[in-house]
Design a protein around this ligand. Structure first.
Ligand code: NAD
Ligand code: MLT
Length: 526
């Protein structure tokens, strides 16, 4: 009999099938400490959690029998995925079960803030009969949605029925899909300037952190209302409070916070224009049952060695393939990550070409690393198991080719990312004694290690330009560690690749891009 530990409140109905097949222990009080879990985890084959239990590396080390961790929900930010992968523990989630619940809470919050329902309720039950709560209608208003995945798309559908105009922003939203949904595409700043309501539905990543901040609030029309039922930190909380004080934001509704639970003196808690709930997006009977059923089914499949889906970490790769490919995984991920950070627009096609010693091996695990690298800054739970599925479900065409010539390298991985706006190509090789090297960007030959903070500067090959870049960075205390210049012909277009010791401040980047002969500047972190 398998032993399963349930350490957060998960629908009893939903996990019924586990009771039938395994010895299930449900802890009475959720949020066990690391030490408490370490003390008991050793005897269990599976652990089921929601978001309260933090599943750390130490817990996994103590869980010597642990084969699977099931997350009854979407976000896996409470589980150390890398540690699980290292130990061969499969982590699965239930990404679909709470989509509607969270979408409906978003709507409830939007309407509550439009009509100030919690504020009016508070006064009425306090004995006051105040009829001065004059709200706004949703009809004919513009809703901006940042993040058009499962939840964002459902919100858009409902908003259309309410007679709202919807503008969406999502790097993976193609014009065709947007048109089908009746959604206009816009940038974050365009949405900020045009919307009457904004709701966010992205994961929290370095890219989405403070996606809405001071700059965006300054662009907004007075009277806008802001909703966050995704993850705390996507909207800059302090900048929001400032925008309320300045009369820009008329109301805000938050289900999630940068720190949960928020401190007692959090500026939202006493602000009459902000309504809050304690991370209740997924808290419906239906959603809790759905996610519990989904996760229980998957856990049983894994325990029984049956095929499973929704895994968010590493799949087993046959040993002979792994031995040959493993050294290339980091190279593939880095090539992908650079491309993902520099290619502008929704990715429509990825073309991977393997050459040299890579042509006689099944490279599909390596392709997964490349695809994961390309999307890792946008998709919270992307990993090498679900990378291909996520890319394909977003309509991305993936083409894999091989060629016999590797331009004098013993191995060469060339990847082209095609978006509506542009095509970007990167080639890399594994060089004995030097590790992973990037050897081509578009048509320019280069040679650099893709690591740390990089600046990619496209420019015209004119005397003095390198000096100006160096001086500008130096004057701003940004130290250059390495520098590479690639060009095809003297005086033509060229590329500069700089490794710098810290990220360059945004004003320095914008100063750089204003320099004569500089075409564009892209900063990336690897
Ligand atoms: P999803 O993966 O289906 O959609 C997320 C979307 O965000 C994707 O389409 C992705 O392309 C987009 N995205 C990523 N980076 C972006 C960026 N920089 N700018 C714009 N868009 C970007 O996920 P989902 O199921 O729709 O969930 C969305 C969020 O809601 C997640 O963070 C999830 O954890 C959270 N969530 C919260 C609750 C709650 O209780 N409040 C419940 C469920 C989900
Ligand atoms: C999720 O990521 O699924 C949500 O935050 C919901 C939850 O687990 O409560």
């Amino acid at each position: 009999m398998y032993k399963v530990l349930v350490s957060d409140p998960i629908s009893d109905m939903g996990i019924q099938m586990l009771y039938d097949a395994a010895d299930v222990e449900v802890v009475k009080q959720s949020g066990l400490s690391e030490d408490e879990l370490i003390a008991i985890i050793g005897e269990y084959d599976a652990l089921l959690v929601r978001s309260q239990t933090k599943v750390t590396e130490k817990i996994m080390t103590a869980g010597t029998k642990l084969k699977v961790i099931g997350r009854a929900g979407v976000g896996v930010d409470n589980i150390d995925l890398e540690a699980a992968t290292k130990r061969g523990i499969i982590v699965i989630n239930a990404p679909d079960g709470n989509t509607i619940a969270t979408c409906e809470l978003t709507f409830a919050m939007m309407m509550a803030t439009a009509r100030m329902i919690p504020q009016a309720y508070k006064k009425t039950v306090g004995g006051e009969w105040d009829r001065k709560f004059i709200g706004v209608e949703l009809r004919n208003k513009t809703l901006g949605i940042l993040g058009m995945g499962r939840i964002g798309s459902e919100v858009a559908k409902r908003a259309k029925v309410f007679g709202m105009e919807v503008i969406g922003y999502d790097p993976f939203l193609t014009e065709e899909r947007a048109e089908k949904m009746g959604v206009k595409l816009g940038t974050v700043n365009e949405i900020a300037a045009q919307a009457d309501f904004i709701t966010v539905h992205t994961p929290l990543t370095p890219e989405t952190r403070h996606l809405i901040g001071k700059t965006q609030f300054e662009l907004m029309k007075p009277g806008i209302r802001i909703i966050n039922c995704a993850r705390g930190g996507i909207i800059d909380e302090l900048a929001l409070v400032e925008a309320i004080d300045q009369g820009i934001v008329a109301g805000a509704a938050f289900d999630v916070f940068e720190v949960e639970p928020p401190q007692k003196d959090h500026p939202f808690l006493n602000n009459p224009k902000v309504i809050v709930t304690p991370h209740l997006g997924a808290s419906t009977i239906e959603a809790q049952e759905n996610v519990a059923i989904d996760v229980s089914e998957e856990v049983l499949h894994i325990l029984r060695n049956e095929p499973f889906k929704n895994a968010v970490n590493l799949p087993p790769v046959p040993a002979n393939v792994l031995n040959k490919l493993q050294p290339y995984f980091r190279l593939g991920e880095k090539i992908g990550s650079v491309l993902g950070q520099i290619a502008q627009g929704a990715v429509a096609e990825i073309v991977v070409n393997y050459a040299g010693e890579l042509i006689d091996v099944d490279t599909s695990p390596l392709t997964r690393y490349i695809v994961k690298g390309i999307f890792e800054n946008q998709l919270e739970s992307i990993n090498i198991i679900n990378a291909m599925h996520l890319a394909k479900s977003r309509g991305v065409n993936i083409v894999v080719q091989t060629s016999n010539t590797a331009n004098d390298f013993t191995n060469l991985v060339t990847v082209t990312v095609k978006t509506k706006q542009e095509e970007k190509t990167l080639a890399g090789t594994l060089l004995a004694g030097y590790g992973e090297r990037i050897v081509r960007i578009d048509q320019y030959p280069v040679d650099f290690a893709a690591e740390g903070n990089l600046l990619l500067i496209s420019h015209n090959d004119k005397p003095g330009i390198i000096g100006r870049v160096g001086t500008l960075l130096g004057n701003n205390q940004v130290n250059i560690a390495t520098m590479q210049v690639g060009r095809k012909v003297i005086g033509g277009s060229a590329i500069m690749v700089l490794t710098i010791d810290k990220t360059a401040p945004t004003d320095v980047l914008s100063e750089l891009s204003k320099q004569d002969e500089i075409v564009n500047v892209r900063a990336l972190t690897l």
